[in-house]
Design a protein around this ligand. Structure first.
Ligand code: CP
Length: 327
């Protein structure tokens, strides 16, 4: 596919192609010479209209490891400040010879709008959604999937490894584009997905989420929602915690951060509910001591958080490579 905007319509074989390609690039990254000439001559532009540490930098290093040239856009020092529109900004990057645009924006749908404009112009540019509002963050969910599947079989990560496993997603689901993309990818694997959070942070969209015409019939039977963390954690194989996104909360936060930690925070005591070999993930950035206790976050036996960041480079290399015409 030319663009990666959402995981809603991803097919199982597409996930496995990305996982296997990322595994190959992980091997490349473990070598002394970490670079391949695959995208030589191509230009990858990182158009981040919203702050980022992990996503922006890992796309940049991924593009560089593939020998592409990279352009980084900083809204505060760009001609956006003079009133240039987002679409005109994208067209300016197109005119400079950009082959792939990686877009992050605080409004849902901006990457789709840019992709539509590129199609209208007949431009052969790939658009990758690096997080749009509360909609989706496909590359984060793909790196989460790669991290989990590699944990289960490092030499051959594949979605079938997750069939029947229980994954809990705990926290601020309503504001989380990461949760939305992860629900699509995890349901595609055959896993059971348990969402847990305070009612004020749980969305209403899951009622219709799994019931579009194209959604496989068994998705709804494997998606569960809890107002209590205990049933979500019981026998869980993987626990994904999510940041409380204070910047997206338009009303007073309910519950408070302290109450949230007491009721939903992932702590060593609560992990006893899970499978003995449970692993914890968090997309970052973390509010230390809120979503997860600080010592747990840094425990290499239980936390995959650093591994998620490392996986991000290989997975984003795979995405750029496949979008750039890699076979
Ligand atoms: N997980 C994530 O998107 O992190 P950044 O905001 O740092 O890119």
């Amino acid at each position: 596919r030319r663009h990666i905007l959402s995981l809603a319509d991803f097919r199982p074989e597409e996930y496995n192609t990305i996982l296997q390609t990322a595994a190959s690039f992980s091997e490349v990254l473990s070598r002394r010479t970490k670079k391949v000439p695959t995208l030589q001559g191509q230009v990858v532009a990182n158009l981040f209209f919203e702050p980022s540490t992990r996503t922006r930098n890992s796309f940049e290093i991924a593009a560089k490891r593939l020998s592409a040239d990279t352009l980084n856009f900083a809204p505060g020092t760009s001609s956006l400040t003079k009133g240039e529109t987002i679409l005109d900004t994208a067209k300016t990057y197109l005119a400079m010879g950009t082959d792939m645009m990686v877009i992050r924006h605080r409004e849902a749908g901006v990457p789709n709008a840019i992709a539509a404009e590129m199609e209208r112009l007949g431009a052969k540019v790939g658009v990758l959604n690096a997080g749009d509002g509360q909609h989706e963050h496909p590359s984060q969910a793909l790196l989460d999937l790669f991290t989990i599947c590699s944990r289960l079989d490092a030499s051959h990560p594949r979605i079938e490894l997750l069939a029947g496993k229980k994954v809990a997603i705990v926290g601020d689901i309503i504001h989380s584009r990461v949760a939305r993309s992860n629900i699509w990818s995890l349901l595609a694997t055959g896993a059971q997905v348990h969402l847990a959070g305070p009612p004020t942070l749980l969305p209403k969209w899951f009622a219709s989420f799994t019931q579009t015409a194209d959604t496989p019939a068994d998705y709804a039977s494997r998606l569960f929602v809890h107002w209590d963390v205990v049933p979500a954690l019981q026998e869980a194989d993987f626990v994904m915690t999510l940041r409380l996104q204070k910047e997206r909360m338009t009303q007073h936060l309910l519950p408070s951060l302290r109450e949230y930690h007491q009721r939903f925070g992932i702590t060593r005591d609560r992990l006893h509910l899970c499978q003995p070999d449970v692993q914890i993930l968090h997309p970052g950035p973390v509010n230390r001591g809120v979503e997860i206790s600080s010592d747990l976050m840094d425990d290499p036996k239980l936390s995959l958080i650093a591994q998620q960041v490392t996986s991000g480079v290989a997975v984003r290399m795979a995405l750029l490579y496949l979008m750039g015409g890699g076979k």
